[in-house]
Design a protein around this ligand. Structure first.
Ligand code: FAD
Ligand code: DLZ
Length: 433
């Protein structure tokens, strides 16, 4: 190892495609007059599963917009595009190249969302012969350490009890030390069937700007045969878009979110769902801020308690809980197959070409939108896989590929645990089939 660089030696600050937050710990710790942010579009990340083309456009366009935001805020950004002829194709090659180009002598990074990438970063100490400081990602409500302490020696890790801890910790929907409305969970009120004559709000759609159009053409040229329609592309890709999406949901969808949370209706891909997951997971929204605004809508009398509680539970309950399981149990969790299911994933998961109507609808929509709501994922594509005995690992790679919000820390426990019971009941109390 080289001698330790001076504390004021310039640092490289790598930022990955799901770390697009201005308050990222590594940005807070860095010095914008000295340190250099590195962002890289790399072949390894765009191909480690067969990502939906809209997912690739979303991430790369959001990265390019975020780099602009950082530059405007006074940061020096070393940005590598996918079609840069010198691009070596991996985070490691691009951080090494940036270190050579800038003379930076240390690396300051926020812990990544995936175990695979964490191992890669840890290898940089030796591979790049530079000191690497990895900061905990505090954009979550519970740290991995806190979750491990909660899990302790418990035999079963039920979300409901963890969720209550998170309600106490955040004081969301609390009346002193009691839950607002006298109950922790209003799920029993959240199972109304949707009827075709319901008024369902339309999602907010954003027109691609020049940056996004460039990325669409890059992805069209580079991934001509990959899964998923490219057009029309209407996702939000900036913090301002994300804010508008959130406000639109608060104004139109939240009111009925609880009632129809578990509903499915043909030709209605979005119902009262928020469509916030890609924006939130990429870092363009903050989980606690969303929940506080949902709580404020309830307190102002604009939405009922079952809607506010149901929504907040998804974020401070399920979302935090699956992340806790991921970091507690990786890497062995990814290999679990408690029911010994080995049937290969049928081709129709990629084509939608099947006579089974619900699967055809859910997969067709997935191809078009890179989105399916929770019940389609759990009860249609997930439950079929469980009944048919599909290999959970192949299914995991499918879910990780086809949804714009899919990152392994959140996708894997939902697939292996909640949907397939492949973890033998660590996460779910019983199989859904
Ligand atoms: P809404 O219905 O509006 O819910 C609000 C928010 O709650 C979501 O944006 C999300 O952040 C959070 N949330 C809700 N349910 C869950 C859950 N079970 N786990 C974690 N967060 C949750 N979610 C992902 O973000 N990425 C994934 O890769 C992913 N893969 C999944 C795979 C399977 C097999 C299943 C059953 C579920 C998966 N989910 C995943 C959870 C859930 O389906 C999506 O979060 C949700 O459909 C996103 O759409 P929305 O933003 O409109 O959600
Ligand atoms: C999903 C994705 C894709 C498709 N491409 C990139 C990329 O080119 N550069 C990047 O920084 N991130 C990308 N991502 C998101 C990463 O896969 C994700 O940030 C890490 O896996 C999290 O550990």
């Amino acid at each position: 190892m080289p001698s330790r660089p001076a504390a004021n030696a310039a640092a490289l600050v790598p930022i990955f495609g799901d770390q697009l937050s201005l308050n990222l710990p590594s940005l807070r710790a860095a010095d914008r007059s000295l340190d250099i942010v590195v962002m890289a579009e790399v072949a390894e990340e765009t191909t480690y599963v067969r990502h939906h083309r809209k997912k690739i456009v979303f991430i790369l366009s959001a990265m390019r917009h975020f780099a602009e935001e950082l530059r405007i805020a006074g940061w020096r950004v070393h940005y590598v595009r996918l079609d840069d002829p010198e691009n070596g194709g991996s985070f490691t090659s691009e951080v090494a190249r940036a270190a050579r180009a800038t003379g930076a002598r240390r690396i300051l990074v926020t812990e990544p969302g995936e175990w695979r990438v964490l191992k890669m970063i840890e290898s940089w100490r030796e591979a790049l012969a530079l000191p690497v400081e990895i900061l905990p990602d505090d954009r979550f409500i519970a740290s991995a350490k806190e979750f491990a302490a909660w899990a302790g020696e418990r035999k079963s890790l039920r979300m409901e009890f963890f969720y209550r801890e998170m309600r106490r910790k955040t004081c969301l929907l609390m009346d002193g030390d009691k839950p607002e409305g006298g109950k922790w969970n209003f799920d029993a009120e959240n199972r109304k069937p949707a009827k075709a004559d319901l008024f369902i709000p339309k999602p907010l759609k954003f027109s691609p700007d020049r940056l996004t159009k460039d990325v669409i053409e890059l992805v069209r040229a580079r991934f001509p045969d990959t899964f998923g329609d490219l057009d029309p592309f209407w996702f939000g890709v900036t913090r301002a878009d994300a804010e508008r999406q959130l406000q639109h949901f608060l104004d139109t969808g939240l009111q009925s979110f609880g009632d129809f949370q578990d509903a499915m209706l043909l030709e209605e891909p979005f119902l009262y769902h928020s469509l916030l997951s890609p924006l939130l997971n990429a870092g363009l929204l903050d989980a606690l801020d969303i929940c506080r605004r949902v709580e404020a809508a309830y307190k102002a009398g604009r939405v009922p308690l079952n809607a506010a509680e149901g929504f907040i539970r998804q974020i401070i309950g399920w979302r935090e809980y699956v992340r806790g399981i991921y970091w507690l149990k990786m890497p062995e969790y990814a290999q679990r197959n408690a029911l010994n299911h080995t049937r290969p994933l049928p081709g129709f998961y990629w084509t939608g070409d099947t006579e089974m109507a619900c699967l055809r609808a859910a997969i067709g929509q997935t191809r078009r939108e890179a989105y399916a709501h929770h019940i389609q994922r759990l009860m249609v594509t997930g439950n079929f896989a469980l009944l048919a005995g599909l290999d959970p690992h192949q299914l995991h790679e499918w879910y990780l590929a086809v949804y714009a919000d899919a990152f392994e820390w959140v996708e894997l426990p939902n697939t292996i645990g909640m949907s397939q019971f492949a973890d033998g009941g660590l996460l779910a109390s019983k199989p859904y089939a």
